[in-house]
Design a protein around this ligand. Structure first.
Ligand SMILES: [Mg+2]
Length: 181
């Protein structure tokens, strides 16, 4: 079995959403960035936990997974977010740009059809804060068909936590290829 892909979201994962009072986690450092196509007079504030840079780099370079950004930041993930965290360069999915007003236009995450096609029959662990029950059912069906698929879902206001990476590590260690090594 090939290495599993690690699909990594950003908003709600590496950049937690603000609390109702507008506050962001004290662990996260604010930056101001200019996404592609954004007017220079209208930059975007973001916040990242610098301690996650090293932790994620260890994972991304572990040889246990093949990382791919899966985020509406698209290429900006590789040119803005990754470098701010000191992450190694890795590819991004060029997600479609549907005209939608909800992230679940068909009851499941809008990214999923593209991801499903792109993955083919490759195993995958996908970290995103925005899965629905239909996405979890999709992952369970893939797994049942012999394609191990794990969805890791941080809470959007807290983002990625150590427990999520522990869950990922446990899952990877139990894959057939990992056991055979
Ligand atoms: Mg998200």
């Amino acid at each position: 079995m090939p290495l599993p892909y690690l699909l990594l979201d950003i908003d709600g994962v590496l950049i937690p959403f603000p609390a109702p009072d507008g506050s962001t986690p004290p662990t996260h450092v604010r930056h101001t960035v200019l996404p592609t196509g954004r007017h220079p007079d209208d930059p975007v504030p973001i916040w990242l936990d610098p301690s996650q840079g090293g932790i994620l780099t260890d994972l991304l370079t572990s040889g246990l997974v093949t990382p791919v950004w899966c985020t509406s930041w698209r290429r900006d993930a590789t040119t803005i977010i990754g470098p701010l965290l000191g992450l190694p360069d890795f590819p991004y999915l060029d997600l479609p740009r549907p005209q939608i007003t909800t992230s679940h236009p068909d009851g499941y995450l809008w990214k999923r059809d593209h991801v499903d096609t792109w993955l083919g029959r490759s195993p995958a662990v996908w970290i995103d804060d925005d899965f629905t029950g239909l996405d979890h059912a999709w992952a369970a069906e893939r797994t049942a068909r012999g394609t191990p698929t794990l969805l890791v879902q941080p809470a959007p206001h807290f983002g990625l936590q150590a427990e999520h990476l522990a869950e990922l590590a446990t899952w990877v260690s139990q894959l057939p290829t990992a056991r055979a090594v």
